[in-house]
Design a protein around this ligand. Structure first.
Ligand SMILES: [Zn+2]
Length: 99
């Protein structure tokens, strides 16, 4: 039932190299061959698109996470700013002048 799409040997080798292809971690000639195959093969194109989108989402969420050292520094400076602000006493002493 799930065997409606017949993947040829080219598909198999393309899908095996999926991550290498996405990371450009294969020889230029091999990369071109996989690229040419995907351009012509709808099932492979779909598969590669899904993987690429997942990879991009993962990469983006990793990039947005600050390193622990930076986090600690930011938290420390936020605390020190809060502390400084709360210890500043505003003296509002003005005398009444009668003109
Ligand atoms: Zn294919």
């Amino acid at each position: 039932m799930s065997d409606e799409i017949n993947l040829g040997p080219d598909c198999q080798s393309a899908l095996e190299n999926l991550y290498l292809f996405l990371d450009h971690e294969m020889a230029e000639g091999d990369w071109d061959a996989v690229h040419a195959h995907i351009a012509d093969c709808a099932p492979c194109l779909t598969q590669f698109d899904v993987e690429r989108i997942v990879k991009e989402l993962v990469a983006r969420s990793c990039r947005e996470k600050a390193p622990d050292v930076l986090r600690a520094k930011v938290l420390t400076s936020i605390r020190s700013v809060t502390y400084t602000r709360t210890t500043v006493v505003s003296s509002d002493s003005r005398g009444e002048t009668d003109a």
